[in-house]
Unconditional design. Structure first.
Length: 162
């Protein structure tokens, strides 16, 4: 299976289906932008509820935001340590000498112990996320709206007839 077919099946087709349901390109772009941004929130296990709250509060498409949230899960793991380190720099704290896989293993072994051990580090990482989140949402939104409008135009020309 090639990357293009995965891209079309997992990304393009669902977006075209949403467009055909009458959801605006702006709402789809906002759902994707929030799904990505909330999906990289540096607290493992919290993103599903955050995406649900955002979808309900902002009248976004819940399946779309959750799909994006699940697709970016590997990115959340990859960004844990950079968020932890940026938080340490921002607050002039000593960074924890941990890898993302060690953090995940800690959580799997003892959730409560991991929460206690990582509390300060996670709070600092959350502050960093709060600083960059609006920028990520805005950047994704302004890149995605024209792309989705172009996809809408192509779908009306039967280029992506599914």
């Amino acid at each position: 299976m090639n990357l293009r077919s995965v891209w079309e099946r997992k990304i393009i087709k669902p977006i075209v289906r949403l467009l055909k349901q009458g959801i605006t390109p702006e709402k789809i772009a906002l759902s994707i932008a929030f799904g990505v941004t909330l999906g990289i929130f540096p607290v493992l296990g919290s993103t599903t509820i955050l995406c649900t709250i955002a979808a309900v509060t902002l009248s976004l498409n819940l399946p779309a935001i959750q799909l994006v949230n699940y697709l970016v899960y590997p990115l959340q793991i990859l960004l844990l340590i950079p968020f932890y380190r940026a938080g340490a720099v921002l607050f002039n704290a000593k960074p924890l000498p941990l890898s993302a896989s060690q953090v995940v293993a800690m959580i799997q072994a003892d959730v409560w112990g991991a929460i206690q051990f990582l509390w300060d580090t996670t709070m600092r990482a959350t502050v960093v996320w709060l600083i960059v989140a609006p920028l990520i949402i805005a950047a994704l939104y302004y890149v995605l709206v024209p792309a989705i409008r172009k996809l809408l135009f192509k779908s009306t020309k039967n280029v992506y007839e599914f």
